[in-house]
Unconditional design. Structure first.
Length: 338
């Protein structure tokens, strides 16, 4: 209760101080100063706005009347940057009041040519721009000074999406695959560019030391005069972890005469390799082949042979063979009695 009373008395003391200040000589002097300050500020603002200034305005631009069988394939300007000179008081309408500038509408049929490229120069729509400005405003420049529209007449094809960039997994990890969604896109382009497009490439993707499945969205790299639908894809980089596995693989002889046979010591060798954990149980010794040819042994001369793999699964890494060398003997078979 005493705390509330203290707050109440403090509030009364503050009100008293404010009241004393407002009715004091210092307060009257401050209010007079503030009044003249505001008057002088308003006068300065009016004088300033009476000067000429240059500003850049934005006016939307649209291409209208495009036939249904026509696809605009180029990246097009959606606005014009217009440089204007006028009194500050007039420019306030554009900058502060937010005066709406009506879009510039260009009719496709007015500019269509026999080819697949429309080029519209600023001189062709300068009058429309001027009509959207105040009568006192001087038009100093328009950017871009040329509008380019490249189009195709509806012909399309589907092309695969391909990754561009640098993507690597962390130590002891790898990517078993890269998944694209979608994995192909429609491409529209005028001839002859249409026939040269065989794939859609992503913008460069940079990922390093990835240790967990990663999903990103990647835009497709723009090609002048070419339109991809859609223009972006979802990428998934599934990550798997390497683990060691060892299997036994027999050593087989090939191209031996009917009366000869290879005897290797040991007859089987251990093959150790790194494989993703998701593939661990599917990789067996049957997936590896070690072959020794008769002709090679004849040329070899030594009694030990360095074992080499003939084939191995594509998704295993860092293959090691133990022992690396085997002793061998070419055994002569006795002829069979008839």
């Amino acid at each position: 209760m005493s705390e509330r009373r203290n707050i109440y008395y403090a509030y009364l003391r503050l009100l008293k101080k404010i009241k004393n200040f407002l009715f004091s000589n210092q307060s009257r002097e401050f209010l007079i100063f503030l009044f003249f300050f505001l008057v002088s500020g308003a006068f300065w603002l009016l004088q300033t706005l009476n000067n000429d200034y240059e500003v850049e305005l934005s006016i939307p631009v649209k291409l209208k009347g495009v036939p249904n069988n026509v696809v605009i394939t180029s990246e097009n300007a959606t606005e014009l940057r217009v440089k204007v000179k006028d009194k500050g008081t007039a420019l306030v309408n554009y900058m502060l009041i937010g005066k709406t500038l009506v879009p510039i509408n260009l009719n496709f049929s007015d500019y269509k040519t026999s080819g697949s490229h429309i080029r519209i120069f600023s001189s062709q729509f300068e009058r429309q721009v001027q009509a959207r400005l105040s009568a006192s405003s001087a038009l100093l420049g328009i950017k871009p000074d040329t509008l380019d529209y490249i189009y195709a007449t509806g012909k399309s094809k589907r092309v695969p999406v391909k990754l561009r960039g640098s993507v690597d997994a962390g130590q002891q990890y790898y990517f078993p695959d890269t998944l694209f969604s979608p994995d192909s896109v429609l491409v529209y382009a005028p001839l002859p560019a249409f026939d040269t497009i065989t794939a859609a490439y992503t913008e460069p993707v940079i990922l390093h030391n990835v240790t967990d499945t990663t999903k990103i969205q990647a835009s497709l790299a723009a090609v002048r005069g070419v339109k991809f639908v859609p223009d972006a894809v979802d990428l998934t980089f599934p990550v798997d972890k390497f683990t060691d596995k060892t299997v036994e693989v027999p050593v087989y002889g090939i191209n031996f005469p009917a009366d000869k046979v290879l005897r290797a010591f040991p007859a089987k060798v251990n093959v150790t390799f790194k494989v993703g954990m998701s593939r661990y149980k599917f990789i067996t010794g049957d997936d590896f082949v070690i072959l020794v040819s008769y002709e090679e042994l004849l040329k070899h001369g030594a009694r030990k042979y360095t074992v080499k793999l003939k084939s191995a699964p594509s998704d295993v890494k860092n293959i090691r063979i133990s022992p690396e060398q085997v002793d061998f003997l070419i055994e002569q078979h006795a002829p069979h009695d008839n």
